[in-house]
Design a protein around this ligand. Structure first.
Ligand SMILES: [Zn+2]
Ligand SMILES: [Zn+2]
Length: 116
């Protein structure tokens, strides 16, 4: 199981500047040299991003609650009954049946029906 920190670090490391002949990764340098920028950047990293839950495999987008220490799992697997589509809290009945709120489940079903 990865943490959000590991994903974030990977993302930062892809930004590595080729001109800097550093053997250290971008994430390490940023975290050590400018922890504030490192923590602020995490907000940019998660803002509007989609992550694949490492537990159930579903994509999730409602990332406002995430911290660096969180595992990369959807709100449902984290035990928060929050709709992965709209971020609203879900009644346990809707959650058990659809793993999203009733409103989004209806929308998803209508889209599925339209696609057929
Ligand atoms: Zn999940
Ligand atoms: Zn919803």
């Amino acid at each position: 199981m990865s943490t959000m920190k590991e994903l974030y670090d990977q993302w930062l490391d892809e930004l590595r500047l080729e001109d800097l002949n550093l053997s250290l990764s971008t994430s390490y340098v940023l975290e050590q040299v400018d922890p504030t920028a490192y923590h602020c950047g995490f907000g940019d990293f998660t803002d509007g991003a989609t992550f694949a839950c490492e537990d159930c495999g579903l994509d999730f987008q409602n990332t406002d609650h995430l911290t660096l220490e969180d595992a990369v799992i959807c709100p449902g697997c984290a035990g928060l009954e929050v709709c992965p589509e709209c971020g609203e809290e879900v009644s346990s009945g809707d959650w058990a049946e659809h793993r999203m709120c009733g409103r989004c489940a209806e929308k998803a079903e209508a889209e599925e029906a339209a696609a057929e």
